[in-house]
Design a protein around this ligand. Structure first.
Ligand SMILES: NC(=O)c1ccc[n+]([C@@H]2O[C@H](COP(=O)([O-])OP(=O)(O)OC[C@H]3O[C@@H](n4cnc5c(N)ncnc54)[C@H](O)[C@@H]3O)[C@@H](O)[C@H]2O)c1
Length: 320
């Protein structure tokens, strides 16, 4: 038995964001069609932290993986990150392990891709300007994903840690087809000009006032992941058509949705499958909320592994 081990650099070098968006669209499609097995996350508490086990199997594509996300508050004292993730990709025909990969890089890719799928179906075709809240790992990935599906010419970055925002603006300048990137201290000014608003922060309170959104804006939120957290205010949610990754998951976890008592119009997979419409006109405001699902990890891990095999990335280990 052989297993391929992929580092964070291998994961990043293997798969383009466009390919990840296609993979995650296929995951949402199968999930909405009842063609996915995705048990609830199980939590294992240890003395020092908690590890979450996230398994999923997709019936049509056969993708199968388990991600383990660990949150250990004392890790920084040991010189280690608080949150780490590891993914084991499995062969659904034999139950044998195929690959072990670094999970934070995979999470950024699949979370970005979720926003990319949403923008593909919900953002105006001519969307050009982005307001990006959160200059962290997920913010970068969200921006890369909308750039993969729309022709973005300008991005305003809002982050209370101005140094992070400035660093990201400088980094963006070096990207292929780079939009003009500016640091914007005013949430109101950023939102008022934006065709697409991306929220990828650790904030517990709303990032901007929904009254400031232009008609026709698409908003994606990936940050708030507990009922207490909130990035998007009720005004935005009540002005918008609300689309989610999975109803049960957001109703259990997403403070934005729970606090606003949001009316959920569709799961994104229903739109991918053509059961519900995507954007219907140039005036409607749309909001996509994702809390992140194991099906995204399974499809993205399978796509990463296939690409890594083709490119000869990673280290192959003989297990027996
Ligand atoms: N939905 C998903 O599938 C998914 C997956 C992974 C992570 N996440 C969540 O996404 C969030 C961001 O993750 P990350 O890894 O990028 O974190 P990060 O720490 O790298 O970056 C978060 C950034 O948000 C900024 N921020 C905080 N409050 C803000 C505010 N009011 N306005 C603008 N910016 C603000 C911080 O300064 C920081 O730069 C976290 O809450 C994380 O748990 C969601």
């Amino acid at each position: 038995m052989q297993i391929r081990v992929l580092t964070a650099a291998d994961v990043r070098a293997s798969l383009s964001m466009s390919a990840a968006i296609d993979a995650v669209a296929a995951a949402y499609s199968q999930l909405a069609a009842g063609k996915a097995t995705m048990p609830l996350r199980s939590r294992v508490h240890t003395d020092k932290g908690v590890s979450l086990l996230m398994p999923a199997h997709l019936h049509d594509t056969g993708d199968f993986a388990v991600k383990i996300v660990s949150v250990y508050g004392g890790n920084p004292d040991l010189g280690l990150p608080t949150v780490t993730a590891t993914v084991l990709a499995m062969d659904s025909r034999t139950g044998m392990p195929l690959a072990l990969m670094e999970g934070d890089s995979l999470t950024a890719l699949r979370t970005g891709a979720a926003g990319g799928v949403a923008a593909r179906y919900l953002a105006r075709k001519d969307a050009k300007t982005v307001a990006l809240f959160g200059a962290g790992v997920q913010g970068r990935a969200q921006l890369q994903a909308v750039m993969a599906v729309r022709d973005i010419s300008q991005v305003a970055i809002v982050d209370p840690f101005e140094a992070s925002a400035r660093r990201l603006a400088e980094e963006i300048a070096g990207w292929p087809k780079a939009p003009e990137a500016v640091v914007e201290p005013s949430p109101q000014a950023a939102v008022a000009q934006a065709d697409i608003v991306l929220a990828a922060t650790t904030s517990k309170t709303p990032l901007f006032d929904g009254n400031d959104l232009k008609p026709g804006t698409h908003v994606t939120g990936v940050g708030a992941f507990t009922p207490e957290m909130q990035e998007i205010d009720p005004k935005t949610i009540h002005r918008a058509r609300v689309v989610v990754d999975q109803r049960d998951a957001v109703l259990a976890e997403a403070g934005d949705i729970i606090k606003a008592e949001a009316k959920i119009d569709a799961e994104i997979g229903e739109i991918v499958n053509g059961e519900k419409p995507g954007r219907e006109n140039d005036e409607e405001i749309t909001f996509f909320k994702s809390v992140g699902l194991a099906v995204q990890d399974a499809v993205t891990a399978a796509a990463v592994l296939k690409a890594a095999e083709e490119k000869g990335l990673g280290t192959v280990i003989e297990m027996s």
